[in-house]
Design a protein around this ligand. Structure first.
Ligand code: AP5
Ligand code: MG
Ligand code: ZN
Length: 216
């Protein structure tokens, strides 16, 4: 199964992606997570990406597209994958389509987690993430069992640097200008499916599973 997850920052893409990836045994590929890992390791890619991410801007398409194409050729992608945070521009969506066509493959669906803008700020400013295993929490909606410690691996959870209010506003603006057009891009191809992302985390997951069906 090959899935693209769409939705504004804070929609719950990363949260749902973890569950989808377990349920359907496909790798969760988050471009944001790949960039953040490179930033923490101070690689040339990380140094380049950090300039944009810290300001809420998109990393340039040339960098991002090559990185994803490379990742999709790994062995674990043979039976499908879940893309979270890519594509994010029409140019990236076209590049993905070309990549798939070149291999005689198709996307199963572009799944939009729909959340109105007025929900987003609270979700993002309350988010805490685990720098070791990538798990994502929320101080109010999905707290860690022990305060400040990741449920999965016990590391200290932190606030993402780009989750400050000003950067969040910039990211929302970038989303509306550059990523929202992808909704029509996939709608026109009859590949779009939509779930209501304002419900509780487990209810959103149930809607996603009934949409995707039971096969993998
Ligand atoms: P990225 O890491 O992809 O960030 P994003 O798209 O802004 O999305 P988020 O991770 O902020 O939100 P999410 O939808 O995953 O929400 P989450 O599940 O955590 O990208 C970061 C940066 O990297 C970009 O700004 C850009 O610079 C760069 N980048 C990445 N990809 C790129 C690309 N393709 N091209 C160019 N640049 C790129 O949930 C949010 C919070 O809400 C959590 O606290 C969670 O616990 C809570 N929550 C989730 N669901 C619910 C619910 N149903 N009810 C209540 N709370 C909930
Ligand atoms: Mg995310
Ligand atoms: Zn962890």
């Amino acid at each position: 199964m090959k899935i693209v997850l769409l939705g504004p920052p804070g929609a719950g893409k990363g949260t749902q992606a973890k569950s989808i990836s377990n349920r359907y045994s496909i790798p969760h590929i988050s471009t944001g997570d790949i960039f953040r890992k490179n930033i923490s390791e101070n690689t040339p890619l990380g140094i380049e990406a950090k300039k944009y991410i810290d300001n809420g801007q998109l990393v340039p398409d040339e960098v991002t597209i090559d990185m994803v194409k490379d990742r999709l050729q790994h062995d674990d992608c043979k039976n499908g994958y879940l893309l979270d945070g890519f594509p994010r521009t029409v140019h990236q969506a076209e590049a993905l389509q070309e990549f798939l066509q070149g291999r005689g493959e198709n996307l199963d669906t572009a799944l939009l987690i729909e959340v109105p803008m007025d929900f987003i700020l609270e979700r993002m400013t309350g988010r805490r993430v685990c720098p070791s295993c990538g798990a994502s929490y929320h101080v109010k909606f999905n707290p860690t069992k022990i305060q400040g410690k990741c449920d999965v691996c016990g590391s200290d959870v932190i606030q993402r640097k780009d989750d400050g209010e000003e950067t969040v506003k910039e990211r929302l603006d970038v989303y509306q200008r550059q990523t929202q057009p992808l909704i029509d891009f996939y709608k026109d191809k009859n590949q779009l499916s939509v779930v209501d992302g304002t419900k509780a985390i487990n209810e959103v997951f149930e809607s996603i599973c009934s949409l995707l069906g039971s096969d993998n």
